[in-house]
Design a protein around this ligand. Structure first.
Ligand SMILES: *Cc1c(COP(=O)(O)O)cnc(C)c1O
Length: 227
């Protein structure tokens, strides 16, 4: 069997998530997304067999190939940077975590409308202003959210952020609490139902959950290091 330790790892992660959720005191429900990028379809099937029904991918062609052969019923999350010329594939995704521009919003609106579908999206915010990362600056969240509120085929269900890669807790908490503030901005800008905070990766998910994460995106801690 592929990934023989996955069941134990999922249980350990869930225990840590539960403990962090209690410590944080935000009272949120936390869902685990297994990030299966670079692994084969067997990783997706193994996650599903361990009760993880949400998987995250960051390359459109890679995920379309996996969708062809994965038998398990999972929700596919797109967590990478989405190019506008790839938005035709968007309706395959339960949630797109990386909406960060008006132009991408327009393209996603067109793709969803063509399929008569409402597309769930998260606004990606770059709290720390890291140049190499996607996402809008906190000061731009309100304008983008207000613009999307006028697009009938998109539904903003929350905010996504990637913290700087560091062990420094102050830096991490600043990023995650900034994302939580951005969620408040999104709600006030016409998306009153938005409630998801997609934040936390293998190295920082416990802090993210303490700060209110509802979706954690974990790859390495479940499947081991990627090549
Ligand atoms: C790869 C990736 C993850 C998972 O990272 P790990 O450190 O392996 O847990 C989470 N989120 C995004 C956006 C990613 O690209």
């Amino acid at each position: 069997m592929a990934f023989p330790e996955l069941g134990l790892r999922v249980r350990d992660v869930q225990d840590r998530i539960d403990a962090a959720q209690m410590r944080g005191g935000h009272g949120q429900t936390v869902r685990l997304i297994a990030v299966t990028k670079t692994h084969g379809p067997d990783a997706v099937n193994a996650a599903a067999a361990c009760g993880v029904a949400d998987v995250g991918e960051n390359k459109v062609q890679e995920v379309l190939d996996k969708m062809q052969v994965v038998s398990a019923a999972v929700r596919w999350h797109f967590i990478g940077h989405l190019q506008r010329n790839k938005t035709k594939a968007a309706p395959h995704f339960a949630l797109i975590h990386s909406l960060d521009s008006v132009r991408l919003a327009d393209a996603l609106q067109a793709a969803a409308a063509q399929r008569d579908r409402v597309q769930n999206v998260l606004v990606q915010v770059n709290v720390a202003g890291e140049e190499q990362k996607s996402g809008v600056a906190p000061a731009e969240v309100e304008a983008l959210a207000a613009y999307i509120a006028g697009l009938p085929s998109l539904r903003v269900t929350g905010v996504m952020c990637m913290a700087p890669y560091t062990d420094d807790e102050v830096t991490l908490r600043h990023a995650f609490s900034g994302a939580r503030a951005a969620l408040g901005t999104v709600r006030a800008a016409g998306h009153g139902e938005a409630h998801e905070l997609s934040m936390g990766m293998s190295n920082d998910y416990e802090v993210a959950v303490e700060e209110g994460a509802t979706l954690v995106r974990l790859g390495t801690v479940l499947f081991g290091a990627r090549n």
